[in-house]
Ligand binder design. Structure first.
Ligand code: AMP
Ligand code: MN
Ligand code: MN
Ligand code: MN
Length: 279
């Protein structure tokens, strides 16, 4: 059987549109053999994912996508292959999530101040887990109101730094995120490095710090990267001696993002991150 690793995806346990079981079944149907569910700051989908993956003949790799801030830049760190029962990792994620609902209340107040009332209630309609409330849920609600035609426009006008509905939140630090993942015997991966607002020099400083802390890999081929990004970060992986990861960053069908398993293969000379996961 041929192998296809998709090591970045989301379910309704965070801001994805499909349940963990549906993502598992879809991964199997799309030829993914090894699949990581990497919901934002939570492990809540993993039990349902495990059972459904088994039924679909897909190997589940434990995953999570941790929100951090480094030098004022919001960045995502993916953890893979960890012990999902590890108390330090679980406790760290619990604290991180606690802040989401508080931030959402402040976002809702800020939107009310510019004439959009009850945005929190509107956003909460889109998630079954209030503690997982994210900007993506607010964006869906503002699209529903007919204020903008798509979520991208909402983000651009309301939900990004400097815009009226954006509220700063203290996420984890880089060393906390990498530390939790490593303590639980997992592998730390920089998610979609092409998506951050950093210069090449700042990105390299970030990579150096990540490596010093025990970070092992960066995403090279992923749903949020252009072919240029993939080429660039393949070079950076070689330069820093990082392993390379790949994944769709699937959030649901018809989200305008790639489907499960839909990304270019890694360049052959790179060390795939799954070598560190025992595959
Ligand atoms: P949060 O974790 O609450 O800050 O929300 C971030 C989530 O919003 C991301 O995981 C994406 O799913 C989504 N998102 C961020 N930027 C955009 C954008 N420009 N367009 C559409 N969705 C976005
Ligand atoms: Mn997301
Ligand atoms: Mn991300
Ligand atoms: Mn993601």
């Amino acid at each position: 059987m041929s192998t296809l690793f998709d090591l970045h995806s989301h379910s309704t346990a965070s801001d994805g549109l499909l349940s963990p079981a549906h993502v598992a079944a879809r991964a199997g149907a799309r030829g993914v053999s090894h699949w990581a569910l990497t919901d934002h700051d939570t492990l809540a989908g993993l039990d349902a994912a495990r059972a459904a993956a088994e039924a679909a003949g897909v190997r589940l790799i434990h995953g999570v996508e941790i929100s951090i801030v480094w030098e004022d830049v919001p960045i995502h760190i993916v953890g893979l292959g960890f012990d999902a029962t590890h108390s330090g990792l679980r406790a760290g994620l619990d604290v991180l999530r606690g802040g989401r609902l508080q931030r959402a209340r402040r976002m809702s107040d800020a939107l009310a101040a510019i004439g959009i009332p009850d945005a929190l209630a509107g956003a909460l309609k889109y998630t079954e887990t209030p503690e997982q409330i994210s900007r993506a849920h607010f964006a869906r609600y503002l699209v529903e109101l007919g204020l903008f035609k798509d979520k991208g426009e909402v983000f651009e006008h309301y939900l990004t730094p400097g815009k009226p509905g954006y509220v700063q939140h203290r996420w984890a630090s880089l060393d906390e995120a990498v530390g939790w993942i490593r303590a639980a015997d997992g592998v730390a991966v920089v998610a979609h490095p092409g998506r951050y607002r950093m210069s090449g020099g700042q990105t390299r400083r970030f990579f150096a710090e990540f490596k010093d802390l025990g970070g092992a890999a960066i995403e090279v081929s992923c749903g949020s990267h252009t072919p240029d990004h993939a080429r660039h970060f393949a070079r950076e992986a070689r330069r820093f001696g990082f392993h390379a990861s790949q994944g769709s960053d699937f959030h649901g069908v018809e989200t305008g993002r790639p489907d499960l398993g839909a990304f270019a293969p890694l360049p052959e000379d790179l060390k795939p991150v799954w070598r560190l996961l025992g595959y």
